[in-house]
Design a protein around this ligand. Structure first.
Ligand SMILES: [Zn+2]
Ligand SMILES: [Zn+2]
Length: 97
């Protein structure tokens, strides 16, 4: 799978990070006061945005795997996008199957 290309969008007056998902949604996430923000799209793709995104994504997927019977395997990656003028960590996990 090719790494997704993340772009910034302005939604409800705030900048967020999204990608072309392939479903009708525009999954958008932005850092929050508590830490990385995340969006888990209806199609199963997940992305986290903000400092610590990679570890937050890891914790999130570990927790899901622990409490769900059927959890897909994910291809994971991390990148950086410029959000509100600052380089911002983005971590993603897209289902393989
Ligand atoms: Zn969707
Ligand atoms: Zn989607």
């Amino acid at each position: 799978m090719a790494a997704p290309e993340f772009i910034t969008v302005t939604k409800d007056g705030a900048e967020g990070v999204t990608y072309v998902c392939g479903c009708p949604c525009e999954p958008t996430a932005a850092p929050t006061a508590e830490g990385p923000g995340m969006e888990h799209c209806c199609c199963g793709k997940v992305h986290f945005v903000g400092a610590g995104a990679t570890s937050a994504l890891g914790n999130y997927l570990d927790e899901r795997a622990a409490r769900r019977k059927r959890e897909p395997r994910y291809e994971r990656g991390a990148t950086s996008v410029t959000l509100a003028g600052k380089p911002t960590e983005v971590a993603w996990a897209f289902p393989i199957d």
